[in-house]
Design a protein around this ligand. Structure first.
Ligand code: GUN
Ligand code: ZN
Length: 453
């Protein structure tokens, strides 16, 4: 039943502390707030506790039905992992003893080739979606493998478990190290078209395809160009890797000696758009960053991976100064942790290391990094019209955080102000503190006993 505002009788209302980021304020705190979620999962209103009576009439809910957060609890927006390899979750936490190109040949390609087997894919993909949701990733931008049917399965599993996701069937027509882990250019294009058509055909509310050339070293110029055209014709998201490792950058120069830069290779193949997210970018020049800014393409900062594979450090302050959109990524399994809280901590560590090396460099604050993990990620994936913070009309993607959960990792000696609670959670918290996770208004953690419909 709808009232004059179109509000449904199934409005759910929460009362307590909200913490989120806006473009103006990296951490904005609303204490004793009221937040209403309508049946379609969108935020209907955000108000103050003192206005309970008026709001309950305006939005047709009964004050006694309001859910109250505890003193040590707050809601924050769900975190956005802008770069994660779902198949690599199967060996996360191992195999970090070599640099990128050797690591790909020795560990990554052999493991990814196993995802031809759909039952193995089902097992790993179910685990990675569950694990990331539990750790507060409400949106993930996934690389799958070259196998179309297993990649479709990842989309199905994300939909089934209620995670918002961009899913990419990986494209690669250049790889000499593992015999069967390669496509011809034509296969790659045909299978990408099939992947996109079939995934879109499922009409999942929260899961969409992303065109995924692995990186320049894995793709011929022809494949890059055709994928750029495909993305352009169908207004699709695009993801890849860029300028992660010095050796990689050198080979790209040798492969495309006539183009200005690594960024120019993607640009000339129509792969830099305002729906493109590129992982890493450690070695981008200021000119290349200017091209990112011009095209609206974004970067995914993956500090755990950059350190674990000894790739390099991204100067996030310089990226932000160039007004390039930027989110954080775990880059499992180059990054060993699937938790975005780890990405937050490694981002702060990297920024501190860079400012030890250059005292002129302004260190990132935890407030700024909180914004990158939430709103920044939504901007990097061009989803900020739907998610990223608490705004009327956006989807309610949220974490209910209890800083003082029994047997949890944080000892609260006294009740702290909300900003301190946030800081402690970001630095010390883990999935035990994330007591509920909502995606588009649906509670997806704790996992419902019955399958979601
Ligand atoms: N570059 C190309 N493929 C990959 C990958 O799987 N992981 C990382 N970190 N970089 C890559
Ligand atoms: Zn990656």
């Amino acid at each position: 039943m709808a009232n004059a505002n179109g509000a449904s009788a199934r409005m759910r209302v929460f009362r307590g502390t909200l913490i989120h980021a806006t473009p103006e304020e990296a951490v904005k705190i609303l204490e004793d707030a009221l937040l209403g979620v309508q049946a379609d999962g969108k935020i209907a209103f955000i108000g103050e506790g003192k206005d309970l009576h008026r709001l309950s009439q305006e939005f047709a809910f009964t004050p006694s039905s309001v859910t109250h957060l505890e003193k040590h609890e707050f809601f924050m927006p769900g975190m956005v992992d802008t770069h994660i390899h779902a198949p690599q979750y199967s060996y996360a936490g191992t195999a970090l003893d070599m640099p990128l190109l050797d690591w790909l040949n020795k560990y990554t390609f052999p493991v990814e080739s196993r995802f031809r087997d759909k039952s193995f894919a089902r097992e790993v993909y179910t685990q990675v979606v569950k694990r990331t949701l539990k750790n507060g990733t409400t949106t993930a931008c996934y690389f799958a493998t070259i196998h179309t049917d297993s990649s479709l399965l990842l989309g199905h599993i994300a939909d089934d478990l209620g995670q918002r996701a961009l899913v990419g069937k990986v494209c690669m027509d250049r790889n000499n190290s593992v015999k069967h882990y390669k496509e011809t250019c034509q296969e790659s294009l045909e299978e990408t078209r099939r992947f996109i058509a079939e995934l879109l055909g499922k009409k999942y509310a929260l899961v969409k395809p992303v065109v995924t050339p692995r990186f320049v070293l894995s793709c011929s110029g022809t494949l890059l160009g055709q994928l750029g055209q495909l993305a352009k014709n169908n207004n699709l998201h695009i993801q890849s890797h860029i300028s992660e490792n010095i050796e990689e950058v050198k080979i790209v120069k040798e492969l495309f000696p006539d183009l200005d830069s690594y960024t120019d290779v993607y640009h000339k193949h129509n792969l830099l758009t305002d729906k493109t997210v590129m992982a890493h970018g450690c070695y981008l020049s200021n000119e290349e960053l200017a091209l990112f800014r011009e095209t609206g393409a974004s970067l995914s900062h993956c500090p755990n991976s950059n350190i674990s594979l000894r790739s390099g450090f991204l100067n996030v302050r310089n990226v932000l100064n160039h007004k390039v959109k930027l989110g954080l990524g775990t880059d499992v399994a180059g990054g060993y942790s699937a938790s975005m809280l780890d990405a937050v901590r490694r981002t702060l560590d990297t920024s501190k290391i860079l400012s030890i090396q250059d005292p002129e460099l302004e260190t990132l604050t935890f407030e700024e990094v909180f914004r990158l993990a939430t709103l920044g990620g939504s901007q990097a994936l061009s989803l900020d019209d739907q998610i990223g913070n608490f705004q009327v009309g956006k989807d309610f993607d949220a974490l209910r955080v209890n800083v003082a959960v029994p047997d949890g990792p944080i000892d609260l000696i006294q009740l702290e102000e909300p900003k301190i609670m946030l800081e402690r959670f970001l630095n010390l918290g883990d999935d035990r503190n994330i007591v509920e996770v909502y995606v588009a208004g649906r509670k997806v953690v704790p996992y419902p006993k019955k399958p979601l419909c």
